[in-house]
Design a protein around this ligand. Structure first.
Ligand code: BGC
Length: 757
């Protein structure tokens, strides 16, 4: 087919108002394109097939090139490399009738080829500049390789570690996740989306996806609007406020209607209340899945989705194949389809694709800007900042580069598993495993000896499900006993044992829900055997979720939680183990004592029968068999130093609605090492028109404090920090008594009270 692209360019140039009135310019240019389009071409723009290089579902799309030529595709994803992307773009621009360029999306979730820690890990850095930089680097690399749209950030609050996708989010806290949301959007989109090194962000999964019942992926959610507005919505809203260009509807239902066709969610809240101006894409087959949800056939659900406010259909091809029929049958109007198409064209203009469809297709840039030494150095730094020191009895850590170090465990020698879930662009074979990192770090100063010690899991079938997507652990055929015997022998020959345990990368992530959060039995047996040798044991824990570590906390002297640190994980772990970096990560999820406590989170309500201590009290809200305490609370994380907190000082005891309260606290580094501390500020609203949580994070500062030094940390609180959505969902700050609680975690805090008038 002869392309009208030259004509399109003339129309577009004529209608462009120039940079002064950029927005008006874009709207006029979108109108001019729309005026050339047939209904079928508009519908085509709403279609987002998967190019099939990586998939997360059974369905795949076929005949993509032909569809692009026929104007039936608006964007593509799951395609990597400039040459492949250019080829598809050429078909769109040169062979389709109107030559409308495609968008190219990818799940660039925590880095591109230079892979940063999984988001849950990165959140434990509490370092917004670092997080923004990680997204900036991801955008630079992805855009250099042809990508202009990322399905990130994932902002699903989750308080259920059974849910595998807790690894992809920022943990359990609303405030922290909202700060991260802004940092990520800024990092991806920068100040100028038309630049060739920025990419459009797609906030996901809107909404409440992390509250799936029983932590089972894709499961139903059901919650009060009060909780949605106060706890689960703010991170998405923060990303929208930061200018995110697109948003992804979640798989789950909300109030009985799947998010993908939920008009209240996609239009009333998102567009009318929050003023979102971008476009909404479904999740992978989210449209056709509504048949199984039970709200109609493909034609019905497709029309309903568009009428609810959905603009783009990922993979289902429900919009592509049924909307014309629905228009003919007057079930939907062309105007409604035009609106959806308008939003997608607008995104393409915002990216500058109409001005230069090949602006991201530059092999030279790809060669020069992807997986560079500088980017990898940033990823290494980020990884070290994400690690959380859970225990360090007798200051076993940091260890010396001397003597013989035994490195044992199923995760010790696996490059493929370092980057964690959602690292589709990673170069697995070039990731730094723990063994790689330690080998480089010790050089000739110490001797390393290695044994695998155990498989990941005693059940081969479970291990297989946890080691997909090229992340095999090459299961060892030996018996568990043989492997343990060898490990014990190796441990006995060493001065110290570093044991790499936990999950494999794909044990968390999508469709990786789990009901048993304890370490697999075979790993526990290995730990027991190693402890019996009497050698000092340091556990390096890989995980994508909070695990149940009650036994480990009671028995292992030192434990460093390293999540999945990314492509440079092994170097970063060595940096921390040998004391080059003092660990400063703080948990952003509560670690429970057992699965039965879930959901366990710090910002809970008091109830009418609160427990007054950790131990059982009859007729109070608690359990017979376990206390209400977690193993590790939200915000917890040790350092090689010890930080001491003074009392909290307030500059006033009463403030009115327009005043600012200044909170100060002195923090002293009483240890031998310089270190960073995350000082956390929580607020409690004692009496409200509705019940309020026992504490809520409202501020934090990560500060570097030299050994022996005292720093005064200051926070300013305003009415905004004391506000919440009331019963009628109005944003209010109610007069009354408040507490300010400051500390190094959510449990150990210093308190001061004030009154809001
Ligand atoms: C996931 C999304 C992802 C999409 C595209 C889906 O299965 O839920 O998070 O962006 O696939 O890969």
């Amino acid at each position: 087919m002869k392309s009208l692209y030259p004509l399109l360019c003339i129309v577009l140039l004529a209608s462009c108002n120039g940079p002064v009135q950029k927005q008006a310019g874009i709207d006029a240019r979108v109108d001019s394109v729309l005026s050339l389009m047939t209904l079928e071409e508009k519908i085509g723009q709403l279609n987002l097939p998967s190019a099939g290089q990586f998939t997360t579902g059974a369905a795949a799309n076929s005949d993509i090139a032909k569809k692009i030529e026929q104007g039936q595709v608006g964007g593509l994803f799951n395609i990597k490399r400039v040459a492949a992307i250019r080829e598809m773009q050429q078909i769109a621009v040169e062979k389709s009738r109107l030559g409308i360029p495609l968008m190219f999306g990818m799940d660039v979730i925590h880095g591109y080829e230079s892979v940063f820690p999984i988001p849950l890990g990165l959140s434990c850095s509490w370092d917004m500049e670092l997080i923004e930089r990680s997204a900036r680097i991801a955008a630079t690399e992805a855009s250099a390789d042809g990508i202009n749209w990322t399905f990130s950030p994932m902002l699903d609050l989750s308080r259920d570690p059974r849910w595998g996708r807790i690894s992809e989010g920022n943990g359990e806290d609303t405030y922290l996740s909202s700060q991260i949301a802004k940092a990520m959007v800024r990092g991806y989109q920068g100040d100028d989306l038309t630049a060739n090194n920025t990419i459009m962000s797609c906030v996901k999964h809107y909404a409440l996806y992390g509250a799936a019942e029983a932590g089972r992926d894709y499961n139903t959610t059901d919650m009060s609007r009060y909780r949605m507005y106060n706890e689960y919505f703010p991170p998405y809203k923060a990303a929208v406020d930061a200018g995110a260009g697109s948003i992804m509807a979640s798989f789950n239902e909300i109030d009985g209607v799947p998010a993908t066709a939920n008009k209240w969610l996609l239009t009333d809240v998102l567009r009318k209340q929050w003023g979102f101006k971008g476009f909404v894409v479904s999740d992978y087959t989210g449209v056709s899945e509504m048949i199984a949800h039970g709200i109609g056939d493909l034609q019905t659900v497709s029309a309903r989705a568009v009428q609810a406010g959905l603009d783009m259909d990922m993979v289902s091809e429900g919009l592509l194949t049924t909307l014309k029929k629905s228009v003919d049958e007057k079930k939907i109007t062309e105007a409604e389809i035009t609106e959806a198409c308008r939003r997608i064209l607008k995104a393409k203009f915002q990216l500058g694709l109409f001005d230069d469809p090949y602006k991201y297709c530059n092999e030279e840039r790809a060669k020069a800007e992807v997986f560079t030494a500088a980017n990898r150095a940033e990823a290494r730094k980020a990884a070290a900042e994400s690690f959380v020191l859970l225990k360090n009895e007798g200051n076993i850590l940091p260890i010396k580069k001397a003597g013989t170090i035994a490195v044992i465990g199923p995760l010790a020698n696996t490059r493929e598993n370092m980057t964690g879930t959602w690292s589709v662009a990673a170069r697995f074979s070039e990731s730094i495993s723990l063994m790689d990192g330690l080998t480089k770090a010790v050089g000739n100063s110490a001797k390393l000896v290695y044994a695998r010690g155990s498989n990941l899991h005693e059940d081969a079938a479970i291990e297989e499900r946890a080691t997909m997507f090229g992340k095999s652990l090459n299961r060892d055929k030996r018996s568990a006993e043989d492997m343990r015997t060898e490990a014990v022998r190796i441990a006995r020959s060493a001065d110290i044992v570093v044991v790499a345990i936990g999950e494999a990368a794909e044990m968390s992530g999508e469709a990786s829900s789990i009901t048993n959060l304890e370490l697999p039995q075979t790993q526990r047996e290995l730990l027991k055997a190693l402890l019996q040798t009497g050698k000092p044991v340091v556990a390096v824990l890989f995980t994508g979720r909070p695990l149940v570590l009650k036994w480990e906390n009671e028995n292992i002297p030192a434990m460093l939680n390293v999540w999945f640190g990314g492509s440079e994980a092994g170097d970063a772990i060595a940096d921390v183990l040998f004391g080059l970096v003092n660990p400063s990560g703080k948990l952003t999820t509560t670690f429970p004592q057992n699965v039965g406590q879930i959901p366990l989170y710090y910002a809970h309500k008091n109830t009418g029968r609160p427990l007054s201590g950790p131990w059982f009290q009859k007729f109070q809200s608690n359990y017979i068999d376990v206390s209400n305490e977690p193993v590790y609370p939200f915000g917890f994380g040790l350092s090689y130093s010890t930080f001491m907190y003074s009392d909290v000082k307030l500059d006033k005891t009463t403030i009115n609605q327009s005043e600012t309260l200044t909170v100060t606290i002195d923090v002293t580094n009483a240890g031998q090492y310089d270190g960073a501390e995350v000082v956390q500020l929580y607020v409690r609203d004692w009496v409200g028109s509705v019940t309020r949580p026992v504490k809520e994070l409202r501020g934090f500062k990560k500060v570097m404090i030299r050994a022996g030094e005292t720093k005064t940390i200051t926070f300013q609180l305003t009415k905004e920090d004391l506000s919440f959505y009331n019963y009628d969902l109005n944003w209010v700050a109610e007069p009354g008594e408040f507490s300010v609680l400051v500390g190094g975690n959510s449990r150990d805090v210093k308190e001061a009270k004030f009154t809001l008038q």
